[in-house]
Design a protein around this ligand. Structure first.
Ligand code: ARG
Ligand code: ZN
Length: 858
């Protein structure tokens, strides 16, 4: 059954105070909830609470038991009808108490209260709190929480500040927590277990002393330093850039092994997938460090954009997620190299969001209907949502953006808001009319902008035309407001005329410039809009942009476009590997004035899926083997032509001294390792084997292992065994080992994955499942799309198994099928069989039913 934005109604009852008492037992935890509720509005209203998957033991109103016949228990609710409420309670409100019993040990969905490696933890966003107690589980009901926990565990945590704790009989303990800030139920958290903390402190700009604690399992304490450092930098940055200070005396983070997503911003008690907290040079790669920094920042930034100001309803999810992703992107860009971060962010956007936006799961940044809200924690809501904030900032300018945010925090602190509230703040702060811009929030699909250029007698005319293709349920598309940041170069690559910003807000528009010569235009600088730009450009002009554009993003973009066009033609059975491409790459990659991290990005070839997307957009049929073959040919030709240069680069990029995860050294390693992967195409894996045996950090070790395995080099098996022998007891590291094998294009990957899935593989753990099963489907186009359908069958079997245990993770993984219409008829038929088999599964979850249903419909 579908929930719709247009059906939103304010809650009939509000909760002012929520007292929770937990008596923790693995199979029978008792929860006593006492809510002080008051009527919102006037007249009689039923008292309806959300809840399911628990046992109701008793309920009382103002201390008097509610008779069973006065309560209606629905599938997922409990209602006391208005008529059954005592007279005194109907108008003024009352105190509701109820006792429920739950079984955390049996909770494999990892939603609500569950157990992970022997510890209790919670995940309540979006609608998990209703599995803990009956409650108006919606974000526009904000209450002050007081929590008492009793249990065997030495550490008992919840939101806010600790007010009391101590010992009870039989070795049990208690702790009481109070969170002074009203919050919706989705921000509630509880953790209990045998944990140790890595402690630090932070003094806010106004002088508040904040105790910082990162809680992990004993033995992991020495892998928290980087996360702690990232947290302190995030706190400082949010003060400096957004004027946002932390608002409690304590900020805690807990690392848990079983977690459906990356992390969760529970007020004052963030819960993290351990993968995004724990790091040491031996076990984490540079990319892991960067992700940890970004996610620590993201969850911390939610304290203001999410917790203090939250969402009115789940349709507004992008209000907190788009903004918070944008803030964490800004943070990472400030801490590292801004252009390199921007390129990486755009690459992710294109790989995940453009893909989503062009297929059956396309939806607006603010969706208008859902069956299961967990299915909408998507690249569109998060990543495209962040692009909309970035465009707003570009359109109004940095200082107006800051003024609008000041107004947002000022006006809406403590409220549950909508996208309309958000845009009104910008209108009020800048005097602009944003009604047309608002279309970005409701119209799905990626606009395509085609570029026409003309130069005649000192006048350059740029004509931009936009079109958005229909998406499911949205046939008619209107022109969007598309900002285009631009600049001009002359034939020698020097600046020509002024840089500026154009705004395209009609289907087609022409812009005229007086220029002394024909310019090489650099358009959509820094990726100024989430659009697909279609432009015919000569190889010579492309070379000028690649070599001289002052916008590093567009230098990279020119290189990418060059490689993409070659790969596309090769995959189509024609074309050739243009020597100019190799020459241009060589020039850029050896340019010492450029950041090594940037050069590594230029050297990276496009991904299989990226090429598939291009072919599909032009109406072609995608052949994964042909694409893979094309990329292989390109890599091989490039490596043959540049082997000495690549070896030289490796020598120059060698990092000396002990490992440090800073952006500079990481950049050197990424360039050296990009060169290594290419060299493996020509040296039989010799360099990679040497690199593997002498690596003293996970970045180099994993890069060498991947190079060997993905080429099917003779040294691959030996390296895989060595790696396993060294790391078998470290599951986070073993995830990398699984993933390298799952994503290998070398023959036999499916058999290998099958064998791995049969040896002590804890598939219920989402990290394990993602590293092997999801990685195979999403990251191994050759194996997954094997012509006999064996890859599809294997994957569907696992989706079916996982759907029983954990619908959220199963449904999210099923998105690997979203591009099925890109492939030939045979493959489509094979995939359809599997999708229908999943749909027919008895007891399919609503998560999976919604995703697979939508995929099949289109
Ligand atoms: N709000 C979290 C974040 O972006 C994501 C948690 C979503 N969890 C879920 N089960 N839908 O940081
Ligand atoms: Zn978030």
């Amino acid at each position: 059954q579908t929930t719709r934005l247009v059906d939103y109604r304010a809650p009939d009852w509000l909760v002012e105070e929520t007292r929770l008492n937990f008596d923790l037992q693995p199979t029978a935890t008792r929860v006593t909830a006492t809510l002080k509720v008051k009527r919102n509005g006037t007249g009689p209203a039923d008292f309806r609470l959300d809840g399911h998957s628990m046992r109701l033991l008793s309920a009382a109103i103002d201390g008097r038991p509610v008779p069973a016949e006065a309560m209606i228990e629905g599938e997922e609710s409990l209602t006391v009808s208005a008529a059954a409420l005592p007279e005194s309670a109907r108008e003024s409100g009352f105190e509701w108490t109820c006792v429920t019993e739950i079984d955390p040990s049996a909770n494999t969905a990892l939603e609500g209260l569950y157990m992970s490696s022997g510890m209790y933890c919670t995940q309540c966003e979006a609608e998990g709190f209703r599995k803990i107690t009956f409650y108006p589980d919606r974000p526009d009901v904000m209450a002050r929480f007081e929590v008492r926990i009793e249990g065997d565990a030495p550490v008992l945590l919840s939101n806010g500040n600790l007010v009391a704790s101590g010992a009870l009989r039989d070795g049990r303990r208690f702790a009481e927590w109070r969170d002074p800030w009203p919050k919706p139920s989705y921000l509630f958290a509880l953790v209990a277990g045998d944990l140790v903390s890595h402690d630090d402190r932070f003094t806010t700009q106004s002088g508040r002393e904040v105790a910082l604690r990162i809680w992990v399992r004993p033995g992991d304490e020495d892998r928290c330093a980087y996360a702690m450092d990232a947290l302190k930098r995030s706190m400082k940055w949010d003060e400096e850039v957004y004027g946002r200070e932390y608002d409690l005396d304590l900020f805690q983070i807990v690392a848990v092994d079983d977690f459906n997503m990356g992390a969760m911003e529970n007020k004052g008690l963030n819960i993290f997938n351990s993968k995004y907290v724990l790091a040491s040079p031996e076990t984490a790669t540079d990319a892991d460090y960067a992700r940890i920094e970004a996610i620590i920042a993201h969850e911390y930034f939610h304290n203001w954009t999410g917790d203090r100001i939250t969402c009115r309803d789940w349709f507004q999810l992008c209000l907190k997620e788009g903004l918070t992703v944008f803030r964490d992107q800004q943070f990472s860009a400030d801490q590292r190299s801004a252009p390199v971060c921007r390129i990486a962010d755009v690459a992710t956007l294109r790989a995940r969001q453009f893909r989503e936006d062009s297929g059956p799961l396309a939806h607006p940044v603010r969706p208008e209907a859902y069956v299961e809200i967990n299915n909408f924690y998507t690249a569109t809501v998060y990543e495209k949502g962040a692009e909309l904030i970035r465009m707003l900032r570009l359109l109004v300018g940095a200082s107006s953006y800051r003024a609008a945010l000041d107004l947002y925090f000022d006006r809406h602190d403590g409220e549950a808001c909508t996208i309309e509230d958000w845009l009104r703040v910008f209108e009020d702060a800048t005097g602009r009319d944003l009604s047309h811009f608002a279309l970005w929030y409701s119209q799905a699909g990626t606009p395509r902008v085609s570029v026409k250029e003309d130069y005649d007698q000192g006048v350059y005319t740029l004509t931009l035309a936009q079109e958005t293709k229909p998406t499911p349920g949205q046939r008619e598309k209107r022109p969007l407001v598309i900002p285009c940041a631009y600049g001009f170069l002359d034939a020698d690559g020097r600046n020509l005329g002024e840089d500026g910003l154009l705004v395209l807000d009609k289907a087609e528009q022409s812009f005229r410039f007086d220029l002394p010569e024909r310019p090489v235009a650099s358009l959509f600088r820094n990726f100024s809009a989430p659009a697909i730009v279609e432009r015919r450009i000569s190889p010579a002009d492309r070379a000028i942009l690649m070599g001289h554009d002052t916008d590093p993003f567009n230098r990279w973009e020119a290189a990418r476009a060059f490689a993409l066009s070659i790969a596309g033609e090769l995959a189509d059975g024609g074309g050739r590997i243009d020597p100019d491409w190799i020459a241009a790459l060589r020039t850029t990659v050896t340019d010492e004035s450029l950041d090594p991290a940037f050069r590594a990005l230029v050297l990276a070839l496009p991904g299989d899926d990226e090429i598939a997307g291009e072919i599909a957009a032009k109406g072609g049929v995608v052949d994964p083997d042909a694409i893979h073959h094309a990329l292989d040919q390109m890599a091989e030709t490039l490596a043959e032509a540049t082997a000495p240069t690549l070896r030289e680069l490796r020598a120059k990029m060698a990092v000396t001294g002990p490992y440090a995860p800073d952006a500079e050294s990481a950049g050197r390693r990424s360039l050296a390792n990009a060169a290594l992967a290419l060299l493996t195409h020509v040296d039989g894996g010799e360099a990679a084997e040497a690199a593997f045996s002498k690596a003293d950090n996970m970045t180099d070790s994993l890069a060498a292992l991947r190079a060997l395995v993905h080429r099917g080099a003779p040294g691959a098996e030996r390296a895989l065994m060595d790696f396993r022998d060294r790391w078998r007891s470290d599951l986070l590291v073993m995830d990398k080992w699984l993933m390298v094998q799952a994503t290998s294009p070398a023959p036999g990957a499916l058999d290998r994955v099958k064998a791995l899935a049969e040896t002590d593989f804890n598939w219920r753990n989402p990290n394990r499942f993602r590293s092997l099963i999801a990685a195979f489907a999403a990251g191994n186009p050759v194996g997954f799309h094997a012509a006999d359908g064996a890859g599809y069958r294997f994957f569907a079997d696992w989706l079916i198994a996982m759907d029983d245990a954990n619908p959220q993770t199963a449904a999210r993984t099923a998105g690997a099928f979203e591009t099925w219409r890109r492939y030939g008829e045979r493959r489509q038929a094979l995939i359809r069989t599997e999708l229908e088999r999943i749909m027919a599964k008895p007891g399919i979850s609503k998560d999976m039913g919604e995703i697979v249903g939508r995929i099949l419909e289109t």
